[in-house]
Design a protein around this ligand. Structure first.
Ligand SMILES: Cc1ncc(COP(=O)(O)O)c(C=O)c1O
Length: 346
């Protein structure tokens, strides 16, 4: 979407109408018509009463979790062990009690909740698609547990908005459970191809974040041109399930091609295709040789983003990568692998 004429034209038109900047913070002249429309569109997308747009997904997570964890008296936040740094920092800033449950481990989450005094407010913070392994949370089962213990749910759908669900509202939409999730957080920077982030949920929850989150209040708003581009992108993506279907088909095809070439692909049910190298120096070398010898850029992912020994290339095909492009990648990767001989997939 970052290359889409739909988005670029919307941005250019807003740029020539409103100029480059936002002029101020959200509460002091920075709330443009485009941001208001964008918030309404995102609320429609997620079928929630209210949405608050931030300058990034990071500040949305940070601001919302720090606020909710501090305004709810004696709150305990239960956080998945693999949560993104923006959630971890937000929870830290909340200065409330935090308990970490093992990644996607329902029994562990249940046992932690069972040990918390029932009257205390509880919030479960987790993601839908985890970006490094590409695995997906059992959202419905987490909601079952949350309902049993009277806990709120906070779901980061950064790697899912635009990509999953009939209208691209994320995995919660795909699984038919969005109405059971209290707060959904997303980014405008990945599938939507622009920049910015948001939280969406009940009006009183969103208004609480609006009223207290320093990362919302004390920073210049998204410029109108950026908001207009994001708005055009959200509208386009939500009404084009065909590009979503194509993206998932491309990811399945790439995974099958890599498997046939005997390359160590990590299996998961998402659009993220990790190829495990298993060593930091080898990972860097594989990536560098792909670039130098084959003019292909694939990001090397090393510690601390992933645990040591699981260093990897993280491949994410777009709907526009055709079979020929993917065959070229797989052939190049096979050649580089045979030369570097990393610990995995020799
Ligand atoms: C899971 C997750 N949440 C939040 C963010 C932050 O989003 P943004 O890049 O829009 O700040 C990221 C990374 O970019 C992420 O991977």
């Amino acid at each position: 979407m970052g290359q889409s004429p739909v988005v670029i034209e919307a941005m250019m038109e807003a740029l020539s109408t409103y100029g480059s900047g936002a002029r101020g913070t959200r509460n002091i002249s920075g709330t443009s018509h485009a941001i208001v429309e964008l918030e309404a569109e995102l609320a429609r997308l997620h079928r929630k009463p209210a949405t608050l747009v931030f300058t990034s997904g990071f500040t949305a997570n940070h601001g919302a979790l720090a606020t909710l964890g501090s305004v709810l008296p004696d709150c305990v936040i239960l956080s998945d062990a693999d949560n993104h740094a923006s959630m971890i920092e937000g929870i830290r800033a909340a200065r409330c009690e935090k308990r970490i449950f093992r990644h996607n481990d329902l029994a562990h989450l249940d046992s932690l909740l069972a040990g918390i005094e029932p009257r205390r407010p509880k919030l479960i913070a987790f993601e839908s698609v985890y970006s490094m392994d590409g695995d997906i949370a059992p959202i419905a089962k987490i909601c079952d547990i949350a309902e049993r213990y009277g806990a709120m749910t906070y779901l980061d759908e950064v790697h899912a908005v635009g990509l999953y669900g009939a209208t691209g509202a994320g995995v919660a939409e795909r699984d038919g459970v969005a109405h059971r999730v209290d707060v959904i957080q997303g980014t405008l920077a990945k599938a939507f191809g622009v920049v910015g982030g948001y939280v969406t949920g009940q009006a009183n929850v969103v208004d609480t974040v609006r009223s207290y989150a320093p990362g919302f209040i004390f920073t210049t708003a998204l410029p109108p041109a950026v908001a207009a581009g994001a708005l055009a992108s959200v509208r386009y993506v939500s009404s084009h399930p065909d590009i979503r279907a194509r993206l998932h088909e491309r990811a399945r095809t790439l995974r099958a091609m890599l498997t046939r070439a005997n390359l160590p692909v990590m299996l998961n049910a998402s659009h993220i295709v990790p190829v495990v190298v298993g060593d930091a120096a080898a990972c860097l070398e594989v990536s560098q040789r792909l670039l130098d010898d084959h003019a292909i850029y694939a990001q090397p992912i090393n510690y601390p983003t992933v645990p040591r020994g699981t260093e990897r290339l993280r491949l994410t095909p777009t709907p526009f990568h055709d079979d020929a492009a993917m065959a070229q990648l797989v052939d190049a990767l096979r050649m580089v692998w045979d030369r570097v001989r990393p610990p995995r997939g020799r």
